[in-house]
Design a protein around this ligand. Structure first.
Ligand SMILES: Nc1ncnc2c1ncn2[C@@H]1O[C@H](COP(=O)(O)OP(=O)(O)OP(=O)(O)O)[C@@H](O)[C@H]1O
Ligand SMILES: [Mg+2]
Length: 240
């Protein structure tokens, strides 16, 4: 059965799209069929992170508006991908997205819907098209508070299963009380921890250099551990 996750955060720039790309690659490396969907209407970026920006012709908005058949919006690769529309349309909603792409979704093990920042329309579309939420935050008070608000909003929209990913984590600042520690992030968001992704400069520079961190890099290893947890495997929590 397909597992459909929205990846959301509240605050912008915490790494939702980077996480969506990373977890999609990690699950694909485990042999899972993965579809990644960009839901950041007008500000899409996942196509760049997945390296398929030049192949984008149609997006899921075109499918809802009957401008193309759903299959034509899917860019195939190790990870299949559907781009976000450039412009918002009143016809867009979570149920429209789910109804239009439902048959496509059913061909995959995992679908990740990358939500935009905030808890507005794009967030609502992403979350209500999904069954589960992965809430991404960095370990600072501002992002954690926004993440908590996003989790409450997702609950209101009927998403019962919510998990937390703490991104760009650094142990030393947390020990020195310059970042929140993991327990504080979990408590503030009332959301169980799925995993921790460390800050990784190679990952931060990847969209410019075109060099994605290798399998030994801390971020890719973190994505791999999280991917295994999603498949049900018990994996030790490691914070580099
Ligand atoms: N673990 C990490 N280590 C280092 N840099 C990271 C990490 N995760 C994300 N980044 C960097 O942080 C920036 C923001 O990431 P990203 O675009 O994924 O955030 P976002 O939450 O999707 O943003 P938006 O809210 O605008 O959609 C990017 O430059 C990205 O490379
Ligand atoms: Mg993003």
């Amino acid at each position: 059965m397909t597992r459909i996750y929205a990846v959301a955060s509240g605050k912008g720039g915490v790494g939702k799209s980077t996480f969506t790309a990373g977890i999609s690659k990690a699950l694909s490396a485990l042999g899972k069929k993965v579809l990644a969907i960009d839901c950041d209407i007008g500000l899409r970026s996942l196509d760049l992170l997945l390296g398929c920006d030049e192949q984008v012709v149609f997006d899921w908005g075109d499918c809802i508006l009957s401008r193309c058949a759903p299959e034509r919006a899917v860019i195939t690769g190790d990870i299949d991908f559907i781009a976000a529309p450039r412009k918002y349309d009143d016809a867009f909603s979570g149920s429209a997205l789910r109804d239009t792409l439902g048959e496509i979704f059913s061909k995959y093990d995992y679908v990740f819907i990358d939500a935009p920042a905030g808890v507005g329309e794009g967030f609502e579309i992403a979350v209500s098209a999904a069954d589960k939420l992965i809430a991404v935050t960095t370990a600072d008070s501002i992002c954690v508070r926004s993440c908590a608000a996003a989790c409450i909003e997702a609950e209101r929209l009927g998403v019962a299963e919510r998990k937390l990913v703490i991104n760009m984590f650094e142990v030393r600042p947390a020990v020195r009380r310059k970042l929140l520690n993991l327990d504080e992030c979990i408590d503030e968001t009332c959301t169980p921890l799925l995993g921790v992704v460390p800050i990784d400069r190679v990952l931060a520079y990847a969209s410019v250099t075109g060099i994605y961190p290798d399998e030994f890099s801390p971020s890719v290893q973190a994505f791999q551990r999280i991917a295994k947890r999603l498949t049900g495997e018990k994996v030790e929590l490691i914070c580099e």
